[in-house]
Design a protein around this ligand. Structure first.
Ligand SMILES: Cc1ncc(C[n+]2csc(CCOP(=O)(O)OP(=O)(O)O)c2C)c(N)n1
Length: 635
């Protein structure tokens, strides 16, 4: 890597303040170089973080963090912030175990105000901090940095709604690059691009306002009449800024790569009273041509060659996501009522081909998971077959909509829940640790988890024939299927299947890709003389009760294996069944613990949590009484 003489001198934001603007430009270049180099090794949110380098430097020069609070929405654009707040060393191990998180994280630094990861929360947090500040009679500044994509989230609107009426001192920096992960969507986005693309409109507005305001108003009641006329004339000539109308002063447009302009506006904002929004324009991927060209591809990226931008790991097998995308197109051809809904994750959920082939049946609602679910309910009420594709962690947002708007009315909405289980380097905010727990408790909901990509295909087609709500949850990345053809196999509802026969003593009931772990554990146990049966549960709800009862009757030990939190998960469902039948067999439950799991590579995390094949085999073997003496050493 090229030397970074300026960045080497920055140990905290205070070191930025003595730099000249020429030096700041050089520093921005060094920071971008470090971000590209590190992300090329560790993967991460490259394009978003490249876009905020100057914005970060200006914020940290004008505001006095951590006394002043700077809150990054999502936190994925905070790499420069991490680099100038004393985390150079841990940034080199970005997203790896023990290294820097890919999002802001309070445990990492006093400069990280929140543990971020889910979008659209910064203004709410900021308002909470501003209220707390005023209640305590303190006087620091609170700054929320929110992207135009994140502004599509309902919670952001809820916060603006209250901020505009409470009138607390609060600075909102709208980091507008026109992009969510893909191109941003919705009416607000159109409005912002109108402001962005036509700065002339902004100037004209200012001028007209000045002219009208300069017309003197004299005497009563003429005074009132003219005043009212002037207001109406102003509104007729110049539609007010939405933010002003909401009671939040609008300041725009600021070039987000011009540190001088940014500083000027931030300094003015510090002096102003009440809530204020500064509209900053940035370029996603700024300074790295591959990311500038394809900002969506480099939004969140795996390791790549920094010279060319080429991704290093080409997938060997089709990912669950890509199989889902392909099957969706097949199903759309067969079922004209099928429509697809995504919440700002067209690429991530594999719906890009569907969107291109069936544009009128594809809906990207923005970062609006709650709305996505209720929108689907509305479509289902009219006889359509909506498929809502949302990552496990983000569907948490729509818990109530799932219960009230879908399950309560037993509507046939299909939920395809990607990134279920551990996602790896994105860490606790992004692991899909809870979906089995929160879906299993909902009456009418069917919950499935495919072992591999072929089973995902079968489940999708089966779901299309079902009458009520169905959830199919699958992990990030590839499964064991090498290729997946388009012909689905029939799937019996509520039934699992035996994957590996055993002697009856031990049976491992596994969910989703944990069937692979169960098979490997059974292999290790076989070496020790234990012939464990492996059963692919397939359905978490309704569970294959008959199969579980049968095994509970004949096995000494039942083992459940799931990639979900143990509280509320599949193992608990099995435990409840066993309790109900007063079974005498032992039960061992393996899954995610009742704590947040850190970031790191999935196999490492599995090992550290004791849910990799060897750990499971060891624990199972250790729990057996009267072990056969055919063992070869310790497992
Ligand atoms: C609730 C939720 N849904 C989806 C996501 C996934 N996600 C992460 S960043 C992002 C786009 C954010 O766009 P914007 O705020 O404009 O930031 P940019 O990346 O463009 O800088 C999305 C959809 C998320 N983090 N949280």
């Amino acid at each position: 890597m090229r030397p970074t003489p300026l960045l080497d001198t920055i140990n905290g934001p205070e070191d930025l303040r003595s730099l000249s603007y020429e030096e700041l430009d050089l520093l921005a270049e060094e920071i971008r170089q470090v971000i590209v180099e590190t992300t090329s090794r560790c993967g991460g949110h490259l394009a978003s973080s490249l876009g905020t380098v100057e914005l970060t430097l200006a914020l940290h020069r004008v505001f006095d963090s951590p006394r002043d609070r700077i809150i990054w929405d999502v936190g994925h654009q905070s790499y420069a912030h991490k680099l100038v707040t004393g985390r150079r060393e841990s940034f080199a191990r970005l997203r790896g175990r023990g290294g820097c998180s890919g999002f802001t994280k309070r445990e990492e630094s006093p400069h990280d105000v929140t543990n971020a990861g889910h979008s659209s929360t910064a203004v709410s947090y900021a308002l909470g901090l501003a209220i707390a500040r005023d209640l305590r009679g303190e006087d620091y500044h609170v700054v929320a940095v929110i992207g135009d994509g994140s502004l599509t989230g309902g919670v952001a609107f809820e916060a603006l709604n209250q901020a505009g009426s409470l009138k607390k001192d609060l600075i909102i920096v709208l980091n507008d690059n026109g992009m969510s992960i893909s191109r941003n969507v919705g009416a607000m986005s159109k409005y912002l691009s109108q402001l962005r693309l036509n700065p002339h409109y902004v100037r004209v507005k200012g001028e007209i306002k000045e002219i009208i305001d300069s017309v003197p108003v004299v005497g009563e009641p003429t005074d009132r009449l003219i005043r009212s006329f002037k207001e109406r004339l102003k509104n007729f000539l110049i539609p007010e800024y939405i933010f002003d109308e909401l009671g939040i002063r609008y300041v725009g447009i600021v070039n987000g790569h011009d540190i001088r302009s940014l500083e000027k506006d931030f300094a003015l904002a510090k002096e102003s009273e009440g809530p204020l929004l500064i509209h900053v324009i940035t370029r996603k991927g700024k300074g790295y041509p591959p990311a500038e060209r394809e900002p969506d591809l480099y939004h969140g990226v795996g390791p790549f060659d920094p010279g060319t931008g080429k991704l290093l790991s080409e997938p060997q097998r089709p990912s669950f996501t890509s199989v889902f995308g392909r099957v969706m197109c097949d199903m759309a051809r067969a079922e004209p009522r099928l429509v697809a809904i995504t919440a700002a994750m067209r690429l991530g959920t594999g719906l890009d081909d569907f969107a291109a082939l069936f544009p009128s049946r594809f809906f990207d609602v923005g970062i609006a998971e709650q709305h996505a679910v209720t929108l689907a309910a509305g479509l289902a009420l009219e006889g359509y077959r909506p498929v809502v594709s949302i990552y496990s962690t983000f569907l948490q947002r729509a818990f109530d909509q799932l219960v009230q708007e879908v399950c309560l009315q037993n509507l046939p909405v299909i939920f395809t829940i990607d990134r279920a289980g551990l996602v790896g380097e994105d860490g606790p905010t992004h692991h899909g640790a809870f979906d089995l727990s929160y879906l299993r408790i909902m009456p009418n909901m069917t919950v499935m988890a495919p072992w591999d990509q072929e089973e995902l295909r079968d489940m999708l087609w089966a779901a299309l024939k079902m009458d009520g709500p169905v959830a199919i949850r699958y992990p990030r990345g590839e499964g064991r299927s090498v290729s997946v053809d388009s012909r689905p196999r029939p799937l019996e509802e509520g039934k699992g299947s035996v994957v590996r026969g055993g002697s009856g003593e031990v049976c491992i009931l596994a969910v989703g890709r944990m069937v692979d772990v169960a098979c490997d554990a059974a292999e290790i146990l076989a070496e020790k003389g234990i012939q464990a049966e492996v059963f692919n549960a397939r359905f978490v709800k309704p569970m294959d009760e008959e199969a579980v009862r049968e095994r509970a009757g004949k096995s000494a030990l039942l083992v459940t294996l799931e990639e979900n939190a143990l509280p509320g998960g599949f193992g608990e469902a099995v435990a409840a069944l066993l309790e109900g039948m007063r079974a005498t067999c032992k039960l061992m439950r393996f899954g995610l613990p009742d704590r947040f799991v850190e970031h790191g590579k999935v196999p490492e995390l599995f090992q550290s949590l004791g849910i990799d094949a060897r750990s499971v085999a060891e624990a199972v073997y250790g729990s057996l009484e009267g072990k056969p003496d055919r063992s070869h050493g310790s497992p």
